[in-house]
Unconditional design. Structure first.
Length: 408
């Protein structure tokens, strides 16, 4: 497990497709060439110009992405979602980028279909049916894939106010399609009117599945980027800021884990031991722990705790009832923090031994040998002291080799 990265969106002015591109490219301008090449691959005509330019509004500085067509007779892309999807499927894009672009357009088409009461394939994009909007979506797909794997979060979005003009006449802010896409996201009113989050920006945000805050854990801030929009807002910079964070081998939040707990006081230790061993071997079970307890009427009992993957929780619960005498249990879902680790194989006199290397906060690393593999074929004749000594020797050897490798 290497470095873990997270990108946080801070929509001071709002969120639009070009602002998203500009913020990411301000942080990493080396991706501009690939972003613009993806737009061309998706059909952006040669008569349209693409540029990444520096921008300073007198308060903040950053970048703008400029996508401009010819002044007369610009060629328009297909307006129907079904046609855009077909063109993207035929475009010479990397499959992952193509799939992301189609997914973003599908989010947008679904919102438009809900607003206008039409089938998905009958959606016609009136307001975004131009090459700059197509380029925004494809460029965003390319950049999201370039930064993957990464998690995303977003600060509360400015709601805006007033009306925008459309081919359907005046529409409220947020635009109806944007309002559908923004359901569930935190928003606030900063008192500044205008359209602050566009439908394209909302569709990108929905595709990112952005959370409201950073994931738990220690994060190191490693960079920022500022992307400006074309409009000027009264008293505030029309900018989207991206803040990049990174974890270097520290603890991180793992997927959630299911916790099952119960007590057994009417099953012999031998039978329970066999049952718990079978429970450990159940698919999706991560660990089984047994502790002594005192139950009702002063009877000695065994307290059992099982950790299982959430998607296999039902199967693990059923297995608890099959393998033990319990007739009732408790379960819950909890967050779990884990340290970065890897398994390596170390040569020993009696055969290879698996050693687990763990990266701990502060750059400290520990090694743990699988004790049952340290004795080879002669394990029956070896003492526990000798097994432990062999394990410690292997751990020191592998930890030292790793440190020497880091220094080189």
């Amino acid at each position: 497990m290497g470095q873990r990265r997270h990108l946080h969106l801070d929509p001071l002015g709002g969120l639009a497709g070009d602002m998203f591109l500009a913020a990411l490219l301000d942080a990493h301008p080396e991706h501009a060439e690939g972003t613009f090449a993806a737009m061309r691959a998706a059909g952006l005509p040669d008569s349209w110009q693409t540029r990444l330019v520096a921008h300073d509004d007198g308060v903040l500085s950053g970048r703008r992405v400029v996508i401009e067509g010819p002044s007369e007779g610009p060629e328009a892309p297909p307006g129907h979602f079904s046609e855009i999807r077909a063109d993207l499927n035929a475009a010479p894009l990397r499959p992952a980028v193509r799939d992301r672009a189609i997914a973003i357009f599908t989010e947008l088409a679904g919102a438009e279909a809900a607003v206008h009461g039409v089938a998905l394939d009958d959606v016609h994009f009136h307001e975004i049916a131009d090459w700059d909007s197509v380029a925004d979506v494809v460029g965003a797909a390319w950049l999201i894939e370039a930064f993957a794997p990464v998690t995303w979060s977003v600060a509360p979005l400015p709601v805006g106010s007033g009306r925008i003009m459309s081919r359907h006449g005046p529409l409220p802010v947020p635009a109806p399609a944007a309002a559908v896409l923004l359901q569930g996201f935190a928003m606030h009113d900063d008192g500044i009117a205008g359209e602050r989050v566009t439908p394209t920006g909302a569709a990108i945000l929905r595709h990112l599945r952005a959370e409201p805050r950073l994931p738990p854990g220690p994060w190191r801030l490693v960079g920022t980027g500022s992307g400006f929009g074309t409009k000027r807002l009264a008293g505030i910079s029309n900018v989207l800021r991206i803040v990049a964070y990174q974890q270097d081998g520290g603890w991180r939040q793992d997927e959630q884990v299911g916790v099952i707990a119960f007590e057994v006081d009417d099953q012999s230790p031998e039978e329970l031991a066999v049952g718990l061993e079978a429970l450990r071997a159940t698919e999706g079970v991560l660990d089984v722990v047994q502790l002594p307890a005192v139950g009702k009427k002063g009877r000695l009992a065994a307290h059992v705790q099982v950790l299982a993957r959430p998607e296999r929780l039902d199967a693990a619960i059923e297995r608890c009832f099959v393998e033990t005498a319990t007739i009732g249990l408790r379960w819950r879902i909890e967050a779990r923090a884990v340290l970065a680790r890897e398994m390596v194989t170390v040569a020993a006199p009696d055969g290879d031994v698996a050693v687990k290397l763990v990266n701990r906060p502060g750059g400290v690393r520990s090694a743990k040998a699988e004790i049952d593999q340290t004795t080879g074929s002669g394990q029956a004749a070896r003492s526990s002291r000798r097994r432990a000594a062999e394990a410690r020797a292997l751990e020191r050897e592998e930890d030292g080799a790793g440190d020497r490798g880091k220094g080189g």
